[in-house]
Write a protein that binds this ligand. Sequence first.
Ligand SMILES: Cc1ncc(COP(=O)(O)O)c(C=O)c1O
Length: 409
Amino acid sequence: MEKLAINGGTPLRRIPFPSRNPYGQEEIHELTEAINSQNLFALSGNKVVGFEKRFAEKYNSQFAAACSSGTAALHLSIAALDLDPGSEIITCPVTDFGTIAGLIFQGCIPIFADWKADTYNVDPDDIERKITDKTKAIIVVQLFGNPCDMDRIVAIAKKHHLPLIEDCCQAYFTYYKDKLVGTFGDIGCFSMQQSKHLCSGEGGICITNNEKYAMRMCLFRDKGWENRGKWGPRAYSFLGLNYRMNELTGAVCLAQLKKSEFAAKKRHELGMLLNDQIKDVPGINPAPVGPHGYHSFWAYAFKVFGYDAELFSKALSAEGVPSSYGYTGKPIYLCTEALTKKKTFGTSGYPFNSQYYDKMIEYKEGLCPVAEKELTRIVTVGIHEYWSNRDVLDSAAAIRKVGAGLERQ
Ligand SMILES: Cc1ncc(COP(=O)(O)O)c(C=O)c1O
Protein backbone atom coordinates (compact mmCIF):
# COMPACT_ATOMS: atom_id res chain seq x y z
CA MET A 1 0.00 0.00 0.00
CA GLU A 2 1.28 3.45 -0.93
CA LYS A 3 2.48 5.55 1.99
CA LEU A 4 0.17 8.52 2.61
CA ALA A 5 1.65 12.02 2.22
CA ILE A 6 0.43 12.85 5.72
CA ASN A 7 2.79 10.08 6.93
CA GLY A 8 5.74 11.30 4.87
CA GLY A 9 4.88 9.66 1.52
CA THR A 10 4.86 11.44 -1.85
CA PRO A 11 1.77 13.58 -2.48
CA LEU A 12 -0.41 12.21 -5.24
CA ARG A 13 -0.90 15.65 -6.75
CA ARG A 14 2.16 17.83 -6.99
CA ILE A 15 0.94 20.75 -9.09
CA PRO A 16 -1.50 23.29 -7.64
CA PHE A 17 -5.17 23.25 -8.60
CA PRO A 18 -6.33 26.12 -10.82
CA SER A 19 -7.44 29.18 -8.90
CA ARG A 20 -10.88 30.60 -9.44
CA ASN A 21 -10.61 33.91 -11.33
CA PRO A 22 -14.20 34.93 -11.89
CA TYR A 23 -13.63 38.51 -13.07
CA GLY A 24 -12.25 39.75 -16.38
CA GLN A 25 -12.78 42.12 -19.29
CA GLU A 26 -16.57 41.83 -19.22
CA GLU A 27 -16.70 43.15 -15.65
CA ILE A 28 -14.17 45.89 -16.46
CA HIS A 29 -16.31 46.98 -19.40
CA GLU A 30 -19.51 47.19 -17.33
CA LEU A 31 -17.69 48.93 -14.47
CA THR A 32 -16.17 51.48 -16.83
CA GLU A 33 -19.61 52.28 -18.19
CA ALA A 34 -20.93 52.70 -14.66
CA ILE A 35 -18.09 55.04 -13.68
CA ASN A 36 -18.37 57.02 -16.90
CA SER A 37 -22.06 57.55 -16.23
CA GLN A 38 -21.02 59.66 -13.19
CA ASN A 39 -23.80 58.02 -11.19
CA LEU A 40 -23.37 55.06 -8.88
CA PHE A 41 -26.80 55.25 -7.27
CA ALA A 42 -29.00 52.39 -8.40
CA LEU A 43 -32.34 54.13 -8.33
CA SER A 44 -31.20 56.64 -10.94
CA GLY A 45 -28.86 54.33 -12.88
CA ASN A 46 -29.24 51.43 -15.28
CA LYS A 47 -26.84 48.70 -14.06
CA VAL A 48 -28.79 47.42 -11.05
CA VAL A 49 -32.11 47.89 -12.83
CA GLY A 50 -30.68 46.11 -15.88
CA PHE A 51 -29.40 43.25 -13.72
CA GLU A 52 -32.79 42.87 -12.03
CA LYS A 53 -34.53 42.77 -15.40
CA ARG A 54 -32.19 40.19 -16.91
CA PHE A 55 -32.05 38.03 -13.81
CA ALA A 56 -35.87 37.97 -13.70
CA GLU A 57 -35.94 37.01 -17.38
CA LYS A 58 -33.44 34.17 -16.87
CA TYR A 59 -35.60 32.81 -14.08
CA ASN A 60 -38.84 33.51 -15.93
CA SER A 61 -39.98 35.53 -12.92
CA GLN A 62 -42.09 38.65 -13.02
CA PHE A 63 -40.16 40.67 -10.44
CA ALA A 64 -36.67 40.92 -9.01
CA ALA A 65 -35.33 43.08 -6.18
CA ALA A 66 -31.55 43.45 -5.87
CA CYS A 67 -30.00 44.26 -2.51
CA SER A 68 -26.71 44.36 -0.64
CA SER A 69 -26.22 40.69 0.40
CA GLY A 70 -27.79 37.25 0.63
CA THR A 71 -28.59 37.99 4.26
CA ALA A 72 -30.39 41.15 3.12
CA ALA A 73 -32.25 39.14 0.46
CA LEU A 74 -33.51 36.69 3.10
CA HIS A 75 -34.48 39.64 5.32
CA LEU A 76 -36.36 41.26 2.41
CA SER A 77 -38.29 38.04 1.85
CA ILE A 78 -39.47 37.86 5.47
CA ALA A 79 -40.27 41.59 5.55
CA ALA A 80 -42.39 41.03 2.43
CA LEU A 81 -44.63 38.64 4.38
CA ASP A 82 -45.30 41.31 7.06
CA LEU A 83 -45.62 38.79 9.89
CA ASP A 84 -46.48 39.47 13.50
CA PRO A 85 -43.70 39.02 16.08
CA GLY A 86 -43.75 35.53 17.56
CA SER A 87 -44.54 33.89 14.21
CA GLU A 88 -42.72 30.60 13.78
CA ILE A 89 -40.79 30.00 10.58
CA ILE A 90 -39.68 26.46 9.80
CA THR A 91 -36.25 26.27 8.26
CA CYS A 92 -33.15 24.11 7.78
CA PRO A 93 -30.57 23.32 10.44
CA VAL A 94 -27.43 23.47 8.32
CA THR A 95 -26.91 26.79 6.64
CA ASP A 96 -25.27 30.18 6.90
CA PHE A 97 -26.55 32.46 9.67
CA GLY A 98 -27.79 34.77 6.89
CA THR A 99 -30.77 32.43 6.40
CA ILE A 100 -32.13 33.22 9.84
CA ALA A 101 -30.72 36.63 10.87
CA GLY A 102 -33.47 38.56 9.09
CA LEU A 103 -36.31 36.53 10.51
CA ILE A 104 -35.06 37.10 14.05
CA PHE A 105 -34.81 40.85 13.36
CA GLN A 106 -38.45 40.66 12.22
CA GLY A 107 -39.36 39.18 15.61
CA CYS A 108 -39.94 35.68 14.25
CA ILE A 109 -38.89 32.36 15.77
CA PRO A 110 -36.79 29.90 13.75
CA ILE A 111 -37.91 26.28 14.08
CA PHE A 112 -35.49 23.75 12.67
CA ALA A 113 -36.64 20.71 10.73
CA ASP A 114 -34.07 17.93 10.62
CA TRP A 115 -32.24 16.56 7.60
CA LYS A 116 -33.48 13.46 5.85
CA ALA A 117 -30.69 10.91 6.31
CA ASP A 118 -28.16 10.72 3.47
CA THR A 119 -29.50 13.75 1.58
CA TYR A 120 -27.88 16.75 3.35
CA ASN A 121 -31.27 18.36 2.87
CA VAL A 122 -34.35 19.00 4.95
CA ASP A 123 -36.80 16.17 5.60
CA PRO A 124 -40.25 17.18 4.32
CA ASP A 125 -41.87 14.89 6.92
CA ASP A 126 -40.11 16.76 9.69
CA ILE A 127 -41.24 20.10 8.24
CA GLU A 128 -44.82 18.84 8.42
CA ARG A 129 -44.36 17.47 11.95
CA LYS A 130 -43.13 20.86 13.14
CA ILE A 131 -46.04 22.90 11.79
CA THR A 132 -48.14 24.49 14.57
CA ASP A 133 -50.84 27.15 14.64
CA LYS A 134 -48.01 29.68 15.02
CA THR A 135 -46.20 28.60 11.84
CA LYS A 136 -46.39 31.36 9.27
CA ALA A 137 -43.77 30.46 6.66
CA ILE A 138 -41.23 27.89 5.50
CA ILE A 139 -37.68 28.67 4.32
CA VAL A 140 -35.85 25.84 2.58
CA VAL A 141 -32.13 25.92 1.81
CA GLN A 142 -30.88 24.36 -1.42
CA LEU A 143 -27.69 23.34 0.34
CA PHE A 144 -24.40 22.98 -1.56
CA GLY A 145 -26.38 23.38 -4.81
CA ASN A 146 -28.40 20.18 -4.34
CA PRO A 147 -32.18 20.71 -4.60
CA CYS A 148 -34.48 19.68 -1.76
CA ASP A 149 -37.48 17.43 -2.39
CA MET A 150 -39.47 20.28 -3.92
CA ASP A 151 -42.53 18.22 -4.91
CA ARG A 152 -43.17 17.31 -1.29
CA ILE A 153 -42.23 20.70 0.13
CA VAL A 154 -44.45 22.66 -2.27
CA ALA A 155 -47.33 20.27 -1.50
CA ILE A 156 -46.88 20.77 2.26
CA ALA A 157 -46.71 24.57 1.90
CA LYS A 158 -49.89 24.55 -0.21
CA LYS A 159 -51.73 22.17 2.10
CA HIS A 160 -51.04 24.38 5.13
CA HIS A 161 -51.40 27.69 3.25
CA LEU A 162 -47.86 28.73 4.15
CA PRO A 163 -45.66 31.01 2.06
CA LEU A 164 -42.53 29.21 0.88
CA ILE A 165 -39.17 30.94 0.59
CA GLU A 166 -36.20 29.29 -1.12
CA ASP A 167 -32.67 30.15 0.00
CA CYS A 168 -30.76 29.59 -3.25
CA CYS A 169 -27.59 31.37 -2.19
CA GLN A 170 -25.64 28.20 -3.03
CA ALA A 171 -27.80 27.08 -5.94
CA TYR A 172 -27.73 29.21 -9.09
CA PHE A 173 -29.13 27.72 -12.27
CA THR A 174 -29.93 24.52 -10.44
CA TYR A 175 -32.80 22.36 -11.60
CA TYR A 176 -35.33 20.18 -9.89
CA LYS A 177 -37.03 18.23 -12.65
CA ASP A 178 -37.09 20.83 -15.45
CA LYS A 179 -37.59 23.86 -13.28
CA LEU A 180 -35.05 26.19 -11.71
CA VAL A 181 -34.88 26.20 -7.93
CA GLY A 182 -35.84 29.63 -6.70
CA THR A 183 -39.07 29.48 -8.72
CA PHE A 184 -40.91 26.80 -6.73
CA GLY A 185 -41.77 28.95 -3.74
CA ASP A 186 -43.22 32.42 -3.33
CA ILE A 187 -39.82 34.10 -3.15
CA GLY A 188 -36.34 32.91 -4.19
CA CYS A 189 -33.29 34.49 -2.54
CA PHE A 190 -29.71 34.58 -3.83
CA SER A 191 -26.31 35.85 -2.63
CA MET A 192 -23.56 37.32 -4.79
CA GLN A 193 -20.89 36.93 -2.11
CA GLN A 194 -17.46 36.11 -3.55
CA SER A 195 -17.70 32.30 -3.29
CA LYS A 196 -21.04 32.03 -5.11
CA HIS A 197 -21.64 30.89 -8.72
CA LEU A 198 -22.62 34.49 -9.55
CA CYS A 199 -20.41 36.80 -7.55
CA SER A 200 -19.60 40.45 -7.03
CA GLY A 201 -17.87 40.34 -3.64
CA GLU A 202 -21.17 41.17 -1.93
CA GLY A 203 -24.75 41.39 -3.15
CA GLY A 204 -28.16 39.76 -3.10
CA ILE A 205 -31.32 39.41 -5.16
CA CYS A 206 -34.89 38.13 -4.63
CA ILE A 207 -37.28 36.92 -7.31
CA THR A 208 -41.04 36.54 -7.09
CA ASN A 209 -44.22 36.46 -9.16
CA ASN A 210 -46.18 38.12 -6.37
CA GLU A 211 -46.55 41.85 -7.00
CA LYS A 212 -47.41 42.70 -3.40
CA TYR A 213 -44.27 40.94 -2.13
CA ALA A 214 -42.18 42.61 -4.83
CA MET A 215 -43.43 46.08 -3.85
CA ARG A 216 -42.77 45.47 -0.17
CA MET A 217 -39.27 44.12 -0.83
CA CYS A 218 -38.39 47.18 -2.95
CA LEU A 219 -39.69 49.51 -0.26
CA PHE A 220 -38.09 47.60 2.62
CA ARG A 221 -34.62 47.82 1.05
CA ASP A 222 -35.11 51.59 0.74
CA LYS A 223 -36.19 52.45 4.31
CA GLY A 224 -39.85 52.07 3.40
CA TRP A 225 -39.64 55.34 1.47
CA GLU A 226 -42.95 55.48 -0.35
CA ASN A 227 -42.64 58.84 -2.10
CA ARG A 228 -38.95 58.83 -3.01
CA GLY A 229 -38.19 61.17 -5.86
CA LYS A 230 -40.72 63.80 -4.84
CA TRP A 231 -39.62 66.97 -3.06
CA GLY A 232 -41.59 68.00 0.01
CA PRO A 233 -42.69 66.10 3.10
CA ARG A 234 -41.35 62.57 3.11
CA ALA A 235 -43.50 59.50 3.61
CA TYR A 236 -42.07 56.22 4.88
CA SER A 237 -44.86 53.70 4.87
CA PHE A 238 -43.35 51.11 7.25
CA LEU A 239 -40.11 50.22 9.01
CA GLY A 240 -37.37 49.51 6.50
CA LEU A 241 -33.60 49.62 6.10
CA ASN A 242 -31.07 50.65 3.51
CA TYR A 243 -30.23 47.38 1.80
CA ARG A 244 -29.79 48.94 -1.66
CA MET A 245 -27.28 47.60 -4.16
CA ASN A 246 -25.01 50.18 -5.81
CA GLU A 247 -24.21 50.57 -9.51
CA LEU A 248 -20.69 49.14 -9.25
CA THR A 249 -22.06 45.91 -7.84
CA GLY A 250 -24.86 45.95 -10.40
CA ALA A 251 -22.30 46.35 -13.19
CA VAL A 252 -20.29 43.32 -12.02
CA CYS A 253 -23.48 41.29 -11.58
CA LEU A 254 -24.59 42.09 -15.12
CA ALA A 255 -21.31 40.75 -16.50
CA GLN A 256 -21.43 37.76 -14.16
CA LEU A 257 -24.94 36.81 -15.20
CA LYS A 258 -23.57 35.90 -18.61
CA LYS A 259 -21.07 33.49 -17.03
CA SER A 260 -22.89 31.98 -14.09
CA GLU A 261 -25.04 29.58 -16.11
CA PHE A 262 -21.84 28.12 -17.51
CA ALA A 263 -20.33 28.01 -13.98
CA ALA A 264 -23.28 26.00 -12.66
CA LYS A 265 -23.29 23.62 -15.65
CA LYS A 266 -19.54 23.04 -15.51
CA ARG A 267 -19.63 22.40 -11.76
CA HIS A 268 -22.50 19.98 -12.32
CA GLU A 269 -20.46 18.00 -14.86
CA LEU A 270 -17.31 17.95 -12.72
CA GLY A 271 -19.20 17.02 -9.56
CA MET A 272 -21.04 14.18 -11.27
CA LEU A 273 -17.75 12.90 -12.68
CA LEU A 274 -16.22 12.90 -9.20
CA ASN A 275 -19.31 11.11 -7.86
CA ASP A 276 -18.88 8.44 -10.50
CA GLN A 277 -15.17 8.07 -9.80
CA ILE A 278 -15.58 7.44 -6.07
CA LYS A 279 -18.89 5.58 -6.02
CA ASP A 280 -17.28 2.23 -5.22
CA VAL A 281 -14.76 3.38 -2.63
CA PRO A 282 -15.44 1.56 0.66
CA GLY A 283 -16.31 3.86 3.55
CA ILE A 284 -17.31 6.73 1.28
CA ASN A 285 -20.66 8.06 0.15
CA PRO A 286 -20.35 10.38 -2.85
CA ALA A 287 -22.19 13.72 -2.76
CA PRO A 288 -25.94 12.99 -2.59
CA VAL A 289 -28.03 14.12 -5.55
CA GLY A 290 -31.81 14.01 -5.15
CA PRO A 291 -33.79 11.78 -7.58
CA HIS A 292 -35.00 14.74 -9.66
CA GLY A 293 -32.16 17.04 -8.83
CA TYR A 294 -29.45 18.67 -10.89
CA HIS A 295 -26.64 19.47 -8.45
CA SER A 296 -24.68 22.66 -9.21
CA PHE A 297 -21.94 21.91 -6.63
CA TRP A 298 -21.32 25.19 -4.85
CA ALA A 299 -19.28 22.76 -2.76
CA TYR A 300 -18.52 19.09 -3.28
CA ALA A 301 -19.38 17.38 0.01
CA PHE A 302 -18.97 13.63 0.47
CA LYS A 303 -19.43 11.53 3.57
CA VAL A 304 -16.95 9.19 5.24
CA PHE A 305 -17.87 6.14 7.37
CA GLY A 306 -15.51 4.59 9.85
CA TYR A 307 -12.95 7.34 9.30
CA ASP A 308 -12.42 10.49 11.30
CA ALA A 309 -13.55 13.24 8.88
CA GLU A 310 -10.98 15.73 10.15
CA LEU A 311 -8.11 13.27 9.68
CA PHE A 312 -9.44 12.21 6.28
CA SER A 313 -9.59 15.83 5.14
CA LYS A 314 -6.08 16.58 6.43
CA ALA A 315 -4.74 13.50 4.69
CA LEU A 316 -6.44 14.56 1.47
CA SER A 317 -4.98 18.06 1.71
CA ALA A 318 -1.54 16.51 2.27
CA GLU A 319 -2.03 14.60 -0.99
CA GLY A 320 -2.33 18.00 -2.70
CA VAL A 321 -6.15 18.15 -2.86
CA PRO A 322 -7.29 21.12 -0.75
CA SER A 323 -10.05 19.89 1.49
CA SER A 324 -12.06 20.80 4.56
CA TYR A 325 -14.44 18.94 6.87
CA GLY A 326 -17.71 19.39 8.73
CA TYR A 327 -18.91 22.47 6.76
CA THR A 328 -20.35 24.69 9.55
CA GLY A 329 -19.14 22.20 12.17
CA LYS A 330 -22.50 22.16 13.93
CA PRO A 331 -26.04 23.02 12.92
CA ILE A 332 -26.53 26.77 12.83
CA TYR A 333 -28.65 26.80 16.03
CA LEU A 334 -25.55 25.67 17.99
CA CYS A 335 -23.24 28.17 16.28
CA THR A 336 -24.90 31.42 17.36
CA GLU A 337 -25.42 32.85 20.84
CA ALA A 338 -28.34 34.79 19.36
CA LEU A 339 -30.09 31.42 19.71
CA THR A 340 -28.20 29.40 22.35
CA LYS A 341 -28.16 32.33 24.80
CA LYS A 342 -30.88 34.46 23.19
CA LYS A 343 -28.47 37.36 22.89
CA THR A 344 -30.63 39.53 20.66
CA PHE A 345 -31.74 42.97 21.87
CA GLY A 346 -30.05 44.02 25.12
CA THR A 347 -31.13 41.72 27.91
CA SER A 348 -34.69 41.28 26.60
CA GLY A 349 -34.29 37.91 24.90
CA TYR A 350 -36.80 39.26 22.34
CA PRO A 351 -38.50 37.72 20.44
CA PHE A 352 -38.07 34.43 22.32
CA ASN A 353 -38.73 35.60 25.86
CA SER A 354 -41.43 38.10 25.12
CA GLN A 355 -45.14 38.74 25.31
CA TYR A 356 -45.32 37.70 21.64
CA TYR A 357 -44.18 34.15 22.22
CA ASP A 358 -45.68 32.07 24.98
CA LYS A 359 -43.67 28.89 24.40
CA MET A 360 -40.37 28.06 26.01
CA ILE A 361 -37.91 27.32 23.25
CA GLU A 362 -34.34 26.13 23.72
CA TYR A 363 -31.76 25.80 20.99
CA LYS A 364 -29.53 22.97 22.06
CA GLU A 365 -27.99 19.69 21.01
CA GLY A 366 -30.50 17.04 19.99
CA LEU A 367 -32.90 19.33 18.08
CA CYS A 368 -31.92 17.81 14.72
CA PRO A 369 -30.04 14.58 15.48
CA VAL A 370 -29.61 13.49 11.87
CA ALA A 371 -28.00 16.77 10.81
CA GLU A 372 -25.86 16.90 13.95
CA LYS A 373 -24.46 13.42 13.27
CA GLU A 374 -24.06 13.63 9.51
CA LEU A 375 -22.20 16.96 9.66
CA THR A 376 -19.40 15.28 11.58
CA ARG A 377 -18.85 12.90 8.65
CA ILE A 378 -18.71 15.46 5.85
CA VAL A 379 -15.51 16.14 3.93
CA THR A 380 -15.55 18.91 1.31
CA VAL A 381 -13.46 19.50 -1.77
CA GLY A 382 -13.42 22.94 -3.37
CA ILE A 383 -14.54 22.02 -6.87
CA HIS A 384 -15.16 24.98 -9.22
CA GLU A 385 -15.73 25.83 -12.86
CA TYR A 386 -12.05 26.38 -13.66
CA TRP A 387 -11.22 22.77 -12.83
CA SER A 388 -10.56 20.29 -15.62
CA ASN A 389 -11.48 16.60 -15.76
CA ARG A 390 -7.84 15.88 -14.88
CA ASP A 391 -8.31 17.80 -11.61
CA VAL A 392 -11.34 15.64 -10.81
CA LEU A 393 -9.52 12.41 -11.64
CA ASP A 394 -6.60 13.40 -9.41
CA SER A 395 -9.00 14.25 -6.59
CA ALA A 396 -10.71 10.89 -6.98
CA ALA A 397 -7.36 9.07 -6.98
CA ALA A 398 -6.34 10.95 -3.82
CA ILE A 399 -9.64 10.07 -2.12
CA ARG A 400 -9.09 6.40 -3.02
CA LYS A 401 -5.50 6.54 -1.78
CA VAL A 402 -6.48 8.12 1.53
CA GLY A 403 -9.40 5.70 1.90
CA ALA A 404 -7.04 2.74 1.46
CA GLY A 405 -4.26 4.21 3.58
CA LEU A 406 -6.17 5.30 6.65
CA GLU A 407 -7.38 2.74 9.12
CA ARG A 408 -11.15 2.29 9.29
CA GLN A 409 -12.78 1.87 12.69
C1 LIG B 1 -27.21 29.15 2.25
C2 LIG B 1 -26.82 30.59 2.50
N1 LIG B 1 -27.75 31.43 2.96
C3 LIG B 1 -27.46 32.74 3.18
C4 LIG B 1 -26.20 33.24 2.95
C5 LIG B 1 -25.92 34.67 3.26
O1 LIG B 1 -25.40 35.37 2.16
P1 LIG B 1 -24.43 36.62 2.36
O2 LIG B 1 -23.13 36.12 2.87
O3 LIG B 1 -24.33 37.21 0.98
O4 LIG B 1 -25.09 37.55 3.30
C6 LIG B 1 -25.21 32.39 2.45
C7 LIG B 1 -23.84 32.88 2.13
O5 LIG B 1 -22.88 32.62 2.78
C8 LIG B 1 -25.52 31.03 2.24
O6 LIG B 1 -24.58 30.16 1.78
